[in-house]
Design a binder for this molecule. Structure first.
Ligand SMILES: [Zn+2]
Length: 302
C-alpha cells in the first residue's frame, strides 16, 4: 500500500484524505465487521481439503480483498497481499504463507489500535503533558513499554521512494504492516508539531491546525446541518452573553419592566419603545462606546 503525507493531507494509494481522518476512523473500527471478514476467509483456509486453485477460495479471497479495504483504507495492505498471492501461478501460491499472514495481520489489529490511541490520547494530545518537551512526547510514543516492540519492529520494513511534488520532496512508503502507517503519521505529526484535542461536543479527536484554543471539531452533528464548531460558537456566544454584566443588567431590567405591563403600570407600546431604546444603549455599551456607569445611569433615568 502506497502512503505519504504532505501539506496536511494523507494519500493512501493516491486517494486524498484529511490529515488524521484515517487514524480517527481506525480507532473507531467496527470489530464485528472486521472479525467476520477474517473468520470467513480463515475458515475456508483451515479446511485441509481445499487447495489454492479452489474456485470458492479464489472467489472468497477476491471478496475479502474488496470488502476489507472498504471497511478501512489502511486494510489495503492485506488486500494487496491476497491479490498478489493469487496473481501467482497455482504451484507458486502458498496456502501456509497466506494463512499465517492473515492470522498475523488479524491479531495485530488490536495492538495497532492501541498504539494509535496512545498516539492520540497521550503523545499528541494538547491537554496532556502541557509542560513536556517534544522530545518527551516523541519518546512517549516510541518507547512505550507495552508497544515498543511492535512500534520499533516496523522501522526496518517500509521501503521509501522519493519524488518531488511542487516544492516538496515526497516520501512515499510502501507499507507492509499496519503499524507502518501509524508510524508514518507519527513522523509527520512530530515533524510538523501537530497536536490533537478531543471535541467538547462529540468527544472525538480532531487536528489542531495552528490555533490551539479551538475546542470543537468540524464534524456534522448527526441529525443536524451544523458542525460541532458552529454549534460551539453559538454556545460560547450564549455563555458570554449570559455572563456579561451589560447583558445581565439589560435582562434584569427587561424582566422587571415587562412585569409592569401585567399590573397596568405601563402600556405595551411604552414598554416596546423603552425596550428598543434600551437595546441600542446596551449594544453601545457592549461595543464600549459608553461606559457601564453611563449605561446604568441611562437605565435609572429611563
Ligand atoms: Zn465534534
Amino acid at each position: 500500500m502506497r502512503i505519504y503525507i504532505s501539506n496536511n493531507k494523507e494519500y493512501v494509494d493516491d486517494i486524498e484524505y484529511d490529515l488524521g481522518a484515517n487514524i480517527f476512523s481506525f480507532i473507531e473500527l467496527n470489530n464485528t465487521e472486521v472479525s467476520s471478514q477474517f473468520n470467513k476467509i480463515l475458515t475456508i483456509l483451515y479446511d485441509k481439503s481445499i487447495r489454492m486453485n479452489n474456485k470458492n477460495l479464489i472467489n472468497e479471497s477476491k471478496n475479502f480483498a474488496t470488502e476489507i479495504k472498504r471497511i478501512h483504507p489502511y486494510f489495503s495492505i492485506v488486500s494487496e497481499f491476497i491479490v498478489d498471492e493469487f496473481d501467482l501461478d497455482f504451484e507458486q501460491r502458498s496456502k501456509e504463507k497466506l494463512t499465517k499472514y492473515l492470522q498475523y495481520f488479524y491479531i495485530t489489529i488490536p495492538q495497532v489500535r492501541l498504539a494509535t490511541l496512545y498516539l492520540l490520547q497521550t503523545s499528541f494530545n494538547i491537554e496532556q503533558l502541557k509542560d513536556k518537551t517534544w522530545m518527551q512526547r516523541g519518546n512517549l510514543y516510541l518507547n512505550n513499554l507495552f508497544l515498543k516492540h511492535m512500534i520499533q519492529e516496523s522501522n526496518i520494513l517500509p521501503s521509501i521512494t522519493l519524488s518531488v511534488k511542487k516544492d516538496v520532496v515526497i516520501k512515499t512508503i510502501d507499507a507492509k504492516k499496519l503499524i507502518d502507517v501509524i508510524n508514518i503519521n507519527f513522523l509527520y505529526l512530530y515533524e510538523n508539531r501537530i497536536l490533537f484535542r478531543k471535541c467538547k461536543n462529540c468527544g472525538k479527536f480532531f487536528v489542531l491546525d495552528g490555533a490551539s484554543n479551538i475546542q470543537y471539531c468540524e464534524r456534522i452533528i448527526p441529525g443536524s446541518k451544523k458542525t460541532c464548531r458552529e454549534m460551539g460558537a453559538v454556545l460560547i456566544y450564549q455563555k458570554k452573553a449570559f455572563d456579561n454584566p451589560v447583558a445581565k443588567l439589560y435582562n434584569r431590567e427587561y424582566k422587571k419592566r415587562n412585569a409592569r405591563i401585567r399590573y397596568g403600570m405601563i402600556s405595551k407600546e411604552d414598554f416596546n419603545n423603552w425596550a428598543n431604546a434600551a437595546r441600542i444603549q446596551r449594544d453601545k455599551c457592549l461595543r464600549q462606546r459608553i461606559t457601564l456607569d453611563e449605561f446604568v445611569n441611562w437605565l435609572d433615568n429611563s
